[in-house]
Ligand binder design. Sequence first.
Ligand code: AMP
Ligand code: FE
Ligand code: FE
Ligand code: ZN
Length: 289
Amino acid sequence: MAADLHLHTHFSDGTYSPEELVGHAGRVGLRAIAVTDHDTVEGCDRAARACAASGLEFVAGAELTCELGGSEVHLLGYYLDTAHPRLLQELAVFQRVRQERVREMVAKLNELQLPLEAQTVFALANCRSPGRPHVARALVQRGLCGTVDEAFERYLKKHRPAWVPKFKMSARQAISLIHEAHGLAVLAHPGLNNNDRIIPRLVEASLDGIECWHTKHTRAATERYVALARQYGLLITGGSDCHGLSKGKPLIGTVRLEWPHFEALKTRALTRGGVPSPAPSPAAVPHTD
Ligand code: AMP
Ligand code: FE
Ligand code: FE
Ligand code: ZN
């Protein structure tokens, strides 16, 4: 039995609907999944319903863009109360800033004589939490770049001409917010940050876990983070960070968290008084998509 606890839907920069994602989860033999869209929990209710209908365990999550000591860190919130008023209020701020950032990126592209309109990006994104992947896809759709990768390389990567920095909540505030919303705070893909020195500071700020398994972690990185998690008494998680098709195949299920780690996460959430995935009855709510 295995879980994939890092998955995106079209409520942020993934391409699958929550129902499509759950369909893939079942096909690749997962027993539990978490939806962790960037700066939103909007896909969680539909994913919870689809999981309930398919006999999968569901964890409501989000991936928050944060900052600590000048570096960007992504924090995963798990077992969040997706109706928590302050969580929703803070996420709405993230989302407004993301929309403004799309406008700024488009303005920079226009200065580079690329004829793209913000409205094209918003129509393509069709979500409240748009980001660079949507700008990249719009550039491809308009024939202004050959591929999404090219769009990132030429324009959207850090320090490229249309890059705009993103608003980041302090990691301490984000951990408090996740806890206030009855969730657990996990450091996402530390192997991509190249900054393990921040881990003790996150632990001081009451971090609950480390994402040790991730698509882009080498085996050595995973071993290092498992050892660090054990050293600090933190939970151990993992996920594929699937955004849809990658080289023709979805990543979902290519990273499989072993069940005892998933059980430990769930037990911690329950002992904290968190919300253990209260999936609504599948019959009660119709699918809309
Ligand atoms: P944003 O949150 O708007 O800064 O965009 C970050 C997202 O862009 C990540 O979550 C990835 O999904 C995607 N991304 C980052 N770098 C690349 C890249 N070089 N090529 C394609 N997608 C990327
Ligand atoms: Fe993403
Ligand atoms: Fe991330
Ligand atoms: Zn992610």
